[in-house]
Ligand binder design. Structure first.
Ligand code: ATP
Ligand code: MG
Length: 560
């Protein structure tokens, strides 16, 4: 069954592939896409999906994908973001054909605005922002034309040049396309093309004090780069006719826009503006706090590029908005790490076990398999001594039936090592269990036992004197509600009220010594516990591990 469905999935095309194959059938010789981030924040998992589509389509059809920074709003943009965006795309495994900036085209865009003025298709408006908004009308009421709408071409050319030369203050004038103040699509009611902003731009400095608006800039930039398929998210579908209008009016290379549904994830906030707020207010440790949905956070948390790409593939390209279960993303990283992550032993909630018949001061090493899914990963040596730690959960004083781990008088296998039997339970004055006294079967070290008896339970452990302590950071979703905006519409509550106060829990773990060597960001499996990787805060003096994902796969179970 499973094999069949994968095969059909491979054969059927998503709707963007259909569009591309249609255009190729009609004679299109090239596939040229672009990924157009605004450098005003770090990329998140939603952008990762867009990256996988844009770069993925180019790759599949032997085309090219440009990276174009949509840097038309100097106030919010910064080179810090430019650098992070480049790093994240490369980490995901993609390489752009050309690195471009909308600001590279400011001269061309200006010239084209002059062309539109000369054609009588653009004018300088002196109305304030509020007046423009009020006079736009509503869906049922036509807009009111600006008193400046019928300025002569000469006057418009003169004023527009003076706007560029810095003769006017911010907000004093705008350049608008002259289309139709009664158009049913509100975006056609003389959209603003340029605004005055006396602000330093991260690339062009103070060269410009007028900046193009998205609707005027985007399609023209696509056209300059001869983008064949300009792929964007659904909310831009109402912009498409305007995108086409500018291209037709200017008689330039006809790029076409196609929309797909943006990615939404449960328990996840995907707005850059709000993520920036969390960073600025210190609600998280930074853009790469492992609780953030950013690509750099996923990397820090131990996610692999393949797991993110597989996730993008798995959720597919939809035409209608939907919300994806966060569990699917976790499923993808778990699946990838299961194949490639090395296994280690670590105890996160320790219970001391003294092996009474094991010699004081004796030390031996057991051979442990690094990855049962990958023989090439080899083996390592794990130290064993008289005192070990096991997980508290692996012992029960009064266990139910079918509890195969350790219990009074019961026997259990220590992973890669001996069978031990619980002889005595030590408690403090309050009755808390502080220690177990056990004996071991000296003949059981190679997976056997002295008399051939078989023991069902296998538990992990670490040698107390060899274990290294580490701060272990357990992450839970950043929001307590599936929809971070839940309850906000009724008022009285903001999305920040839905933040999870227990999104980060720090505990001390006891790790087998080889974990000191694990490189930062590389995830390993703590056997029977989950996947973890050393955090960027980790130092040889103070190890810090992040939980990448738990072992239990709730999503696959529910959705079988
Ligand atoms: P945000 O609303 O988070 O600020 P944005 O759309 O303003 O996101 P851009 O930098 O403009 O951010 O996005 C670059 C590209 O990524 C755009 O083509 C945009 O459509 C796409 N994109 C952004 N968010 C998502 C998402 N959640 N799912 C899929 N694609 C997305
Ligand atoms: Mg945007």
């Amino acid at each position: 069954m499973a094999i069949e469905s994968t095969e059909t999935k491979e054969k059927s095309l998503n709707f963007i592939e259909e569009i591309i194959e249609e255009s190729i059938a009609k004679g299109e010789k090239r596939v040229q896409t672009r990924f157009p981030p605004e450098p005003n924040g770090y990329l998140h998992i939603g952008h990762a999906k867009s990256i996988c589509i844009n770069f993925g389509m180019a790759k599949k059809y032997g085309g090219k994908c440009n990276l174009r920074f949509d840097d038309t709003n100097p106030v919010k943009e910064d080179t810090e973001y430019v650098d992070s965006i480049k790093r994240d795309i490369q980490w995901l495994g993609f390489q752009w054909a050309e690195e471009r900036y909308a600001s590279d085209y400011f001269d061309q865009l200006y010239e084209w605005a002059v062309v539109l003025i000369k054609k009588g298709l653009a004018y300088v408006d002196d109305q304030t922002q509020e007046q423009i908004r009020e006079n736009r009308g509503t869906v049922s009421v036509p807009g009111t034309p600006s008193p400046w709408r019928d300025r002569s071409v000469e006057e418009n050319l003169d004023l527009f040049e003076r706007m560029k030369n810095g003769e006017f203050a911010d907000g004093e004038k705008v350049l608008r396309a002259k289309i139709d103040m009664a158009h049913p699509n509100m975006l056609f009611r003389d959209p603003i093309m340029y605004r005055i902003l006396h602000a330093d731009h991260h690339r062009t400095g103070d060269k410009w004090c007028i900046y193009p608006m998205y609707d005027y800039a985007h399609g023209q930039c696509d056209s300059i780069e001869k983008i064949t398929h300009s792929i964007c998210t659904l909310e831009f579908d109402v912009h498409r006719p305007l995108y086409d209008w500018f291209i037709e009016a200017l008689e330039i290379y006809p790029s076409h826009q196609y929309e797909f549904a943006r990615l939404n994830l449960t328990y996840t906030m995907m707005s850059k503006r709000r993520l920036l707020k969390l960073v600025q207010e210190g609600a998280v440790m930074g853009w790469d706090d492992p609780r953030m949905p950013t690509i750099c956070a996923l990397r820090r948390k131990g996610y692999t590029p393949a797991s993110v790409r597989n996730f993008a593939e798995m959720v597919g390209v939809a035409k209608r908005d939907n919300v994806i279960d966060l569990g699917k993303l976790e499923y993808c990283v778990r699946e990838d790490l299961n194949k490639i992550a090395e296994r280690r032993m670590a105890v996160l909630n320790p219970l001391k076990v003294v092996i009474t018949n094991y010699e004081e001061g004796r030390k031996e090493y057991f051979t442990a398999i690094n990855n049962p899914e990958d023989e090439a990963a080899g083996t390592r040596q794990v130290p064993f001594s008289k005192v070990i730690y096991i997980e508290r959960d692996d012992f029960m004083e009064n266990p139910p039936k079918k509890f195969f781990r350790l219990q009074p008088g019961g026997e259990v296998r220590l992973r890669y090592s001996y069978l031990i039997k619980c002889e005595e339970v030590i408690k403090d004055e309050e009755g808390n269990i502080t220690e177990l006294r056990c004996t071991y079967d000296p003949m059981s070290g190679n997976g056997s036992s002295s008399d051939g008896r078989r023991v069902k339970g296998v538990i992990h452990w670490v040698s107390a004197e060899d274990a290294v302590e580490a701060e272990v950071r357990l992450f839970n979703p950043l929001f307590t509600t599936e929809d971070p905006n839940e309850g906000c519409e009724e008022g009285g509550k903001t999305w920040e009220d839905n933040l999870n106060p227990e999104s980060l829990v720090k505990i001390t773990g006891y790790l087998e010594p080889s974990l000191k060597e694990t490189p930062i960001g590389k995830a390993v499996q703590f056997e029977r516990v989950g996947y973890f990787c050393p955090d960027t805060d980790s130092t040889p003096e103070k190890l810090v591990f992040n939980r990448t994902v738990t072992l239990k796969d709730s999503w696959a179970k529910i959705n079988k």
